[in-house]
Design a protein around this ligand. Structure first.
Ligand code: ZN
Length: 307
């Protein structure tokens, strides 16, 4: 049995599988709901730990995006990225520049936190069913001292694919672009598509046209296109499903693997339309109630109407 204390949290490893779990009893006390003033809104009620980073407002005053330590942290490398001073802000209604500013914040905090972590995860929970505890628009970034078992396994699989001459992601994207049936949107630098074998109904991924391992190294011109694709995708999901709860995850290279020639970053949006039940828990096999081809067709029409 392996357990590891780490910055106020505890990690335990399953003796058979090697899978890690995080024990964070402090998080049980984190608030749910909207009682009292919002601590993330600027003004008298603002109540956060000292900020670690900010993007100043467009006129140079105040802030547009800021990062603060998570008060209910999984570890002391766990930050909340407050995406806007506006309590009602959302990607769906944002300008492209505002959406890009949030992605830029993810890059900056990833660069800062990964110096002392094996893996830094970026995620956004939207809606109660996705586990969010604050209505004010925010995302989270957390550094872990170990590489998760799925990340380790994926590294090995992708490395084994590489001797065939190119990245798995490049082969996948070329195949999907040729088939077309699972493509939602194609931008100059990014593509939104539904995976052949999704984990949830309406799962969508955003992948770069020019594969690279490190999300934090995506240049601004490309990042702007990724932000625009994400904004349109979330608008399309809203139109199709009516503001669904979702988890958004940025998958990027673990620390030390940023230049790995076999990796490629991606972004996954996983709507939470159903609760995983016994079969999923017993087998680990998701039961997905929409085909990715139908999903892509519906979302493609929605995005087409936006453009
Ligand atoms: Zn607020």
């Amino acid at each position: 049995m392996t357990a590891q204390r780490w910055h106020g949290g505890e990690l335990r490893q399953d003796g058979l599988t090697g899978d890690w779990v995080v024990l964070a009893p402090g998080r049980a006390t984190r608030p749910h709901g909207t009682d009292g003033p919002c601590p993330f809104c600027p003004g008298a009620g603002e109540d956060t730990p000292p900020e670690t980073w900010r993007l100043p407002g467009p006129d140079g005053s105040g802030w547009q995006v800021r990062s603060v330590p998570n008060r209910y942290a999984l570890s002391d490398r766990h930050e909340v990225i407050i995406e806007s001073p506006d309590h009602e802000w959302d990607f769906r209604t944002a300008t492209d520049a505002e959406a890009e500013a949030v992605l830029h914040a993810w890059q900056q905090r990833h660069l800062a936190l990964r110096k002392a972590a094996a893996q830094v995860v970026i995620f956004r929970n939207h809606g109660l069913a996705a586990g969010t505890s604050r209505p004010h628009p925010h995302s989270q970034i957390a550094g872990l001292p170990v590489l998760s078992q799925p990340a380790r396994r994926e590294l090995e699989l992708l490395r084994d694919h590489q001797p065939r001459g190119h990245r798995y992601a490049e082969d996948q994207l070329a195949g999907e672009l040729a088939a077309g049936t699972r493509i939602v949107h194609t931008g100059p630098h990014s593509v939104a598509l539904t995976p052949f074998a999704p984990n949830t109904a309406f799962e969508v991924r955003i992948v770069p046209r020019a594969c690279q391992a490190d999300f934090a190294a995506v240049p601004r011109a490309e990042l702007a296109d990724v932000a625009r694709t994400l904004r349109m995708l979330l608008q399309a999901l809203d139109g199709e499903l009516g503001d669904p709860a979702y988890n958004l995850v940025v998958e990027t290279a673990p620390t030390g693997w940023e230049r790995a020639p076999f990796l490629s970053w991606s972004m996954r949006v996983l709507p939470r339309l159903e609760i995983a039940a016994g079969l999923e828990l017993a087998t680990g096999i998701p039961v997905v109630t929409a085909t990715p081809e139908d999903t892509a067709s519906a979302l493609r029409a929605r995005v087409g109407a936006l453009a």
